[in-house]
Design a protein around this ligand. Sequence first.
Ligand code: ATP
Ligand code: MG
Length: 434
Amino acid sequence: MALIVKKPRGTEDVLPRDSYRWQFLEELFRQEARAFGYREIRTPVFEHTNLFERGVGDTTDVVQKEMYTFDTKGGDSVTLRPEGTAGAARAVLEHGLFNDPLPIKAYYLVSCYRYEKPQAGRLREFHQFGMECYGTKHPAADAEMIAAVKSIFDRLGVRGLKLEINSIGCKACRDDYHRALHDYFDQYRDELCDDCKERLERNPMRLLDCKNDHDHEIAASAPTVLEYLCDECREHFEQVQHYLDAAGIRYTVNPRIVRGLDYYSKTVFEFISDDIGAQSTVCGGGRYDALIEDLGGNPLPALGFALGIERLLLTLDAQRIEIPAPAPCELYIGAMGDEASRRAFALCMQLRQAGICAECDVVGRGLRAQMKYADKLHARYCMVLGDNELAQRSAKLKNMLTGEQEEISLDFDAFLSRFAALSAAENYTIPEEM
Ligand code: ATP
Ligand code: MG
């Protein structure tokens, strides 16, 4: 039988030696979300297909081309989530969270699935951290959302991300804009790609998002949405900018940003990295005041963002921002002989209960090979138990960094307090907070 050793295209493994980078980011996201008053929401990895058709929008690339959709054995059509918002919005409705004090604040850490052409920064399985806020129309909420993202990048020391903002208006002002776009693009109908010919009829704003070069050139001179905003949307957008100004957050207004999902209205924003090639949007977000209604609920304004974790990691790599590697094994207990090996095993168990990362041989290696392994682990301390040590109830504890050795009692309480003191003295503890 052929060995199955290839992961599906567009997916990535995170290996044990690298997972600390993910864990560090995830912990930072959680801390940040907590600081802004957000609690985690977990929703299923698959949903009924029509949730995404209605939520994300059936004129989007995501719904038209990129979804992993299949029929269950029972004959239901389900889809692996291509993004996090639709599921969260569905849960808000299903569980009546709108009866809770508003705004409802939820964050998610999810894997997402899109059948896209894999390339740097574009995968078929990727991961997002996102925040969702339901129940406020106020422009301060838009600015706060943007500030939350900015604060994450600042804490990581990421430099030079561009924040671009725009307002794409509400359903009311978009009608006029759609007509203007239609009239504009209609002149170039023959030159447009096939997708855009169809988009022109169904949702002309989608043309602004076309990745085809020629269409992109045509789109560059298209009328911009800002000229068509109604008074309410214009006022809202101005207020968002005032709040950002007040918080000292720098941005540029880019009237070309429309975002790839249909549910957006009013504010949209992107954080863009110059360091990671063509797939440069690390984070995208905005307002989606009509989403809950589109899903069949009573009107409930909402907004949020999603940050692509793979693209953030690429940005950190490009900027040589190192994530602190976790502390290695604190103590390796080598053993010579059966009795010593059982004592090492028991001592390790006690030390682990005290929160210390201790290891001993579970492979059946000889002492030399055990010590070689301890070296490769970068164990901070090593100790060897043999007949003598057991008889004397003490052993030599060696600091592997300095080479210093000292005699340490094997009586557990004495051992633990001395070991803890040594660790503390060299300021070596497993970091609780990163
Ligand atoms: P793009 O412009 O790259 O197509 P998008 O507009 O489809 O992005 P969203 O749906 O808003 O992106 O998703 C938010 C974030 O998720 C993106 O800014 C990006 O960081 C990340 N993301 C989206 N699609 C992918 C993908 N296929 N692979 C990796 N990350 C992705
Ligand atoms: Mg996309």
